[in-house]
Design a protein around this ligand. Structure first.
Ligand SMILES: [Zn+2]
Length: 133
């Protein structure tokens, strides 16, 4: 294999823009309630390295510009990029909360349809919650 791998590190929630963090927390909570699951934990990451940081998935290339994900082994935590705009924060918080729901309700959605399902949920969420703003 050639090319540079994309490396992501966990960063403390305190490093996130407080306004964006509030949007993420509010969206994850509201989406979880709508989906009938307990609100998942929220963790943040960013591309690159700094001394002493946890590396996410060492040795795995997650691709460039990762915005969020949920680990298959832990559908009770959503991971979101540290540099989301407020608009992206709503979109990806809803998207990843839907992935958490999928993981906790394994089998409701065929694995190959999970990404489309999360995208549709987030698009619907944006339409519903950004009206009149
Ligand atoms: Zn997704």
């Amino acid at each position: 294999m050639t090319g540079r791998m994309s490396t992501y590190r966990r960063i403390p929630a305190e490093w996130i823009d407080p306004a964006v963090r509030a949007v993420i927390e509010r969206t994850v909570r509201a989406a979880a309630i709508e989906l009938g699951i307990a609100p998942p934990g929220i963790r943040y990451f960013r591309e690159g390295t700094y001394p002493g940081a946890d590396t996410l998935y060492p040795g795995t290339d997650l691709g460039r510009d990762l915005r969020g994900y949920v680990r298959e082994i832990d559908p009770y935590t959503v991971y979101l990029a540290s540099d989301l705009t407020p608009h992206e924060a709503v979109k990806f918080a809803a998207h990843e909360t839907r992935h958490a729901w999928q993981g906790q309700r394994r089998g409701r959605i065929a694995a190959e349809d999970e990404e489309t399902d999360a995208q549709q949920f987030a698009a619907k969420w944006l339409r519903k919650h950004q009206k009149g703003r």
